[in-house]
Structures are given as C-alpha cells and as structure tokens.
Design a protein around this ligand. Sequence first.
Ligand code: NAP
Ligand code: SF4
Length: 672
Amino acid sequence: MSPYPHLLEPLDLGFTTLRNRVVMGSMHTGLEDRASDLDRLATYYAERARGGAGLIVTGGFAPNLEGTLYPGGSALLTSRQARRHRRITDAVHREGGKIALQILHAGRYAYHPASVAPSRLKSPITPFTPRALSTRGVERTVRAYARCARLAREAGYDGVEIMASEGYLLNQFLAPRTNQRTDRYGGSPENRRRLPVEVVRAVREAAGEDFVVVYRLSMLDLVPDGQSWDEVVALAREVEAAGATIINTGIGWHEARVPTIVTSVPRGAFTRVTAKLRPEVSVPVVASNRITMPDLAEQTIADGSADLVSMARPFLADPDWVRKAEQDRADEINTCIACNQACLDHTFAKKTATCLVNPRAAHETVLVLAPTRRARSVAVVGAGPAGLAAATSLAERGHRVELFEAAEDIGGQFALAMRIPGKEEFAETIRYFRRRLELTGVKVHLGRRAEPADLTEFDEVVLATGVEPRIPDVPGIDHPKVVTYAAAVRGEAPVGRRVAVMGAGGIGVDVSEFLTHTASPLTVEQWMAEWGVGSPDASRGGLVDPQPEASPREVHLLQRKDTPIGKGLGRTTGWVHRAALKAKGVHHHVGVNYERVDDAGLHVTHGPDRADPQVLDVDTVVLCTGQESVNGLATTLEGLGVPVHVIGGAELAAELDAKRAIRQGTELAARL
Ligand code: NAP
Ligand code: SF4
C-alpha cells in the first residue's frame, strides 16, 4: 500500500493520462535562452522525468519578441526553433514523462524598452515604461499565443501552460490596477478578462483537442486594485469553457509586498485559496506555493483542496522526489529550503539557476559524481554543510570516508540557522544529510575534535572546520552583557529586554528577527495576520491591514557602513527581511563607530569625525560582527605531508555561505 495513495494516483484527462498528481512547476533556469544549452536543459528535464514527475512545465518562453523577459530572453517563434526543442521532448518521453511548454508574455515586467502592457503604467520593479497595446496589437498578441502553442505541439510537447498570474501580461489585463483601457479589452470585468479568455480559445483551436492546456490563474493578486474574488471565479469558469484542461494556482504579483514563496512563508499557506476555487469549476485544479514534502502534498489532495500539486524548486533540490515518495523513502528527499539563493537570485542576476542544497541542478552534465576507479580513505573534518556534502558525495563515489565533528551533532551553521524564526526548513537539510550519511556508510565520529594524529593515516584529508564568531576590538567587549550570536541563538546566554545587535549582515538581521519574535514557527493564520493577507473575498487582491505581533524586546541593529541595512541580502529575500524588521520596530543605526561597552550600555559615535556620541542603554550586546576561519590543522597536516583540501568557511570566512560550501564540497568529491 502506497503511503501517498492520492498523490500517486494517475489522472485521466480523457485524451491522455498523467502517471501521478505531481506537477514539476515552471522554473526559469537560464538554459532556455541559448540554443547551445538545449542539450543541457534536456538532461535536466530527463533526470526529473526519470525521477517520476507526472507533468513537467518548462521555464517560460515568450510568444513574441516584445513579450520576452529581457533582450535575448527565451521565446518560441519559429519551426526551426521548434525542431531544436525535440531534443528536450524526446529526452523526457524516453523517460516516460510528459512535458508542457510554458508560454510567458512578460508585459510590463519585460526588462527592455520594447515592453508593452494594457496601459502605459510603469511597474515598480522595472525601469521601463511600457507602450500601451493598441486594439490590433492585442489581437496580434492572441495570434502569437496560438502560433506558439502550435509550435509547441510541433516540437513534441504534450501541452502548454499559459502563464497568466504573477503580474505578467494576461494578469495585467485582468486587474484594474494595470488596465485602464477604454476599448473592448478594458473597463468592465468582462472586458478585462477578454484577452486571457481569447488566448485560451485560440490556443485550444491551434493545438487541437488532444493537447494539455494548463492555465495558471492568479487566485490572489496581493496588490492593491487587484482582482476581486467574484472576478477570479468568473474568469476560472470562462477559461474552462474556452478549453483549459487544468487550472493551476498563481499567488501574488512579483511587485506584491507580501512574500509568497520564501522560507518564512509557512508550508501550504495558500492551499486554502485553491480549495476555495475548486468547487467553482469542473476541470482539475493544481495547488502551489510552499508545498515541499509528500505528506503535505498527499493531504492537500486527500482533503479535497486540489487535484494535483505543483512544485518547482523542490525538483531542483531533488530530481527523484516522486520516486522516493513512491518507495516510502521520504526521509531521503533533499528538501528545498525555500532560500532562493541559487535559483531565483541567480535568475535575477542572469546566472544559470541551480540549487543551494543540490549544486548538480541544471549542471547535471558538468558536475558528475561517477563511481571512482581508485577508492581511497578520506577523512573529512567538520560536519557543517561543506563537510557533509563532501563526505556523502565522496562515499557515494566509492571512497572510504570518516567524518569527524567536534560538536555532539552534525549541522554546523545550519544547526544555528534552523533556530531562527522562519528558517525552520534548514532542519530538513540536516535530516537529509543525516540519512545520507547512514545510506552511504560514512563512519561518523561525533563529539570528537580531530587531532593531527587521527588524520595522518588517511590518503586525503578534507578540512571543513568552518568558522568562529569574530570578536571585534572594542573596549569593554569582555563585559558580561556582551554575548556572541551563537550563544544567544542556542539559548546559552540570557538576552535582556533592551538589546544592541552589533553587525547587520545576514546573521545580524537573522538575530534581530530571532529577538523580536515570540512564536516560532508561525501558524498560517498568524503569518497571514502578520503580513496582511485576508480571505480572497475580503478585498480586491486579498489585502487587509497587517497586524504584526508586538516585539517582546527593544532591538537596535547597528553597522559601521553608512549604507542602508540589509543591502547585501539576497535579491529576492532581502526586502522580506527589511519589511519584517520594520514591522517589529527594530531601530537601525548606520555609520556608527563602536566606542566602548560598559554598565551604561553601548557607546557609539557617528561618522568619520566621531560626532554625536550616544549611549544605547541596553541590557545585552549581541555580536554579529562576521566570522573568522578555523583552519589551524591545515598547516600542521601539510607539514606532515598529508594531502589537505580546505573548503567552506574554513577556507574563506568573509563569504561564509552555504551555497558555496555545499558546491565546493560536492565539486571536490567529484574530483578526488
Ligand atoms: P557579514 O554579512 O559579512 O556581516 C558581518 C557584519 O559585521 C557586517 O555588518 C559588518 O559591517 C560587521 N563587521 C565586520 N567586521 C567587523 C568588526 N571588526 N567590527 C565591527 N563590525 C564588523 O557576515 P554575517 O552576518 O556573519 O553573515 C555571514 C554570511 O552568512 C553572509 O555572507 C551570508 O552569505 C550568510 N547569511 C545570509 C543570510 C541572509 O541572507 N538572510 C542570513 C544568515 C547568513 P560593518 O563593517 O559595516 O559594521
Ligand atoms: Fe530551494 Fe534554495 Fe534550492 Fe532554490 S536554491 S531550489 S530555494 S533550496
């Protein structure tokens, strides 16, 4: 008996059957943009098809040039291009999978001067003011979608997904916020939905009856003047009547000031929205956003919230997600921790997407962990992300690996991160590695600080000894009210009601969130209240007044630079942290000099002239002033002639970064 009977049940669509209810959602990897990368893209999708995904949806392809996301961005415009896509569709079909091409017209989100939109209104997240499409321009756009769908069929795709959420072109036509037209494509709700409905009809006609047409419908815009719930329901019914096979859930525009997919969004936060729409239509509906593990996916279908679930990032993290669920091996799933650091942050920086916890994602052809022909004995010192990735990947290749960890448990910096409110997902990575260590037969020595004598007999030594908190040179830094972030987060040192956080990098911001929250993790209801997310029928766009819980502490967050706090945080996550700190009333101090700490508190001055002396009357000062590498063993071992490889924070503390650590550990394992 399958542990996930609803999730793994095939879905009969009449003309075709999906082998289960799991959709690999669309994720732009950057490999879509160049013809020379199509083989690499084909390998990436084929690996996910082999892993059991029921339906794969590609990254977005524009139906015409003005709809591309950026100059040179992916588009499907010609039969010649369609022929090249055969390499993708054939590779997926060989693995028994099905794949749909996503058609995405960026509208005013296009990052180029030729962008178009329903009305001449610039988006808050792009520098270009779009041209308003003429009525004939709208008609041409409908034909472009139809051509794209026909080409997708020619290319061997099993279907298309019409991307009509997240604030892209079709969504822009639907909302009064962006549609101020006076022709038949604007004004009344019927007129605003005319374009999306015509697109579905034209796509269905162009591609034929035996072709999957998924419509990604924005069920909750999360922007002022978004759609009302009545409009969403009417749209869903018309889209169904126009020929959609499946309706997928879209939540929140890219310009929304409510996070929808970052790690602090509780799992399954939006399945209730899909559940509300489901009874209104008779086609299958797909739930999405923050569904990461099989138990929640199963429950979402079993309780009638949806017919299918869509996961995009979880398939970057683990191509074998479905296979592992089928075989009751969910504890082996490499869970997406919703950090965005290697996927969306890469995409926005125009770098090929990959995954922090799985650096092979979209790099399957270049980062290969093949069985070794010469098994060696390897000692890995340090069981943080770098050491865990190295040890398990080396063992998987056939090396004999022993892992030494001074602490009583594995995890390193992740064991701290998982204690931060909204970062509970980091515990999943530790669970994944713990299981992988068992499966790969790594011999683990916990509570054992490796000495040179322990290591000299190994063929190779990998030093992943990580970092220790930097103690800045400030008078009074040894005052009892000063504690390190590690001691504060682990609860080893008491933290008073008034607190100064010294250092406002990623960890200073995390610690400020830790100090200003009482409940962790937040329930979906608490999280919705905190961010002002209402029931879809509460208001247009689903927005209500945020009601953040008051902070139990007064927190001052300080840095020496005079740039705004949080500037160096992730592109797609930094704004969420900044908004969270603001909601909790955290005081920002930039351009400060730390003068001393004493019984009165933390003494600071401002600017190069050390002006405006100020005493922050605080009970506790938490040090988040960066890290120093711990790699003392390296020199000793080199002196003894032992081959040593230093990776992760032990190599470079300045950029202490789990993405680099896991990638470095995996790449080293692939080389040895
Ligand atoms: P960081 O980002 O390098 O920040 C260190 C902070 O300490 C800075 O604010 C720095 O700014 C200050 N500082 C450095 N040397 C100092 C000194 N001698 N005296 C006083 N202040 C000093 O390091 P982190 O916060 O420890 O984070 C480490 C890494 O973890 C980051 O690079 C990031 O990759 C990752 N991380 C990210 C997140 C996230 O994105 N949310 C969360 C946690 C960790 P000033 O010099 O201006 O004072
Ligand atoms: Fe998930 Fe982070 Fe990997 Fe993106 S980089 S897929 S968010 S774990």
